[in-house]
Design a protein. Structure first.
Length: 83
């Protein structure tokens, strides 16, 4: 991720990944496929929890501090997977 264009391509990919899960029932663990968070509030809460727990990812990937496009893309991705 390096600029607005690549960020928007990532977001479009995330949308395309989400669409098939929109109306699927969650399994016993609460997952819909590989999506851990199935409502917008769960998605955003998970993204914020990840950001708080990881210093917005810098603790695990220091270059995120200088690449804000990638940092925000990882933030959104973690909304999908972080529990």
């Amino acid at each position: 991720m390096k600029d607005e264009e690549t960020f928007l391509l990532f977001v479009q990919s995330l949308i395309a990944d989400r669409v098939p899960h929109e109306r699927r029932a969650a399994d016993g663990a609460g997952f819909s496929g590989d999506w851990a968070n199935n409502s917008i509030s769960e998605f955003l809460e998970a993204a914020v929890a990840w950001a708080e727990a990881s210093d917005f990812g810098v603790r695990h990937e220091p270059d995120l501090a200088t690449n804000k496009w990638k940092q925000f893309a990882v933030f959104l991705y973690c909304g999908k997977i972080y529990e």
